[in-house]
Design a binder for this molecule. Sequence first.
Ligand code: UDP
Length: 236
Amino acid sequence: MSQLLYEGKAKKMYATDDPNVLRVEYKNDATAFNGKKKAVFPGKGKLNNAICTKVFHVLMKDGIPTHFIDKISETEQLVKAVSIIPIECVVRNVVAGSLAKRFNLEEGTSFGRTIIEFYYKSDALGDPMINDDHALALKIATEEDLAEIRRLALKVNGILQKLFDEAGILLVDFKIEFGKLKSDGKIVLADEISPDSCRLWDKKTHEKLDKDVFRRNIADLPETYEKLLGRLEAVK
Ligand code: UDP
């Protein structure tokens, strides 16, 4: 058995024979509200692995550098080893969630422009929002890192808006993380892109196709993720 390096809320990371390659296993656990709400959904790991693989393939075809190597089983991927930059980068096209609360705006409002937010990845602190000056002062990232993160985040947003649009879905917002490759220090998209970390609404009905169905007790999570996967698989 290979060594378990890290267990997160929704994934486990294992070492492989190659120090520059890790194995990721998608778990069936779902959490919300910083881990306060928890449940296990048989089939969730398999669904998120399939959705994330599809999304990363599309991004890589369009030139986004990522940690993704290959999907090796229903619930596992091989990825390049990175050191994660401890910034959660949230990209928003439409008002929802914490942005709606903070500014007392109605969910679904569109500003007609994209908003990028940075949060410092720290469970102990509850992931506080930070700006560039905080990131520089706390030595979380350099100015060059921040510029590259913004550039890539906007490019990812453009590619994903088009992908989801073709599936009849509105990309409301999403969270991504970046890492520096252990091999050469290059910044790549890491972690995952899945309905756990995106808000995705049916374009016509605004039906939710993401983890908000679990957060807000709206619908069955595996059924919702299955529907999303089917829509994405239909996009050529
Ligand atoms: N998000 C995430 N992990 C987090 C916080 C947010 O994946 O720890 C995602 C969330 O699914 C949504 C987007 O980032 O797609 C914006 O989340 P928001 O700030 O509105 O917070 P929330 O309402 O989820 O607390």
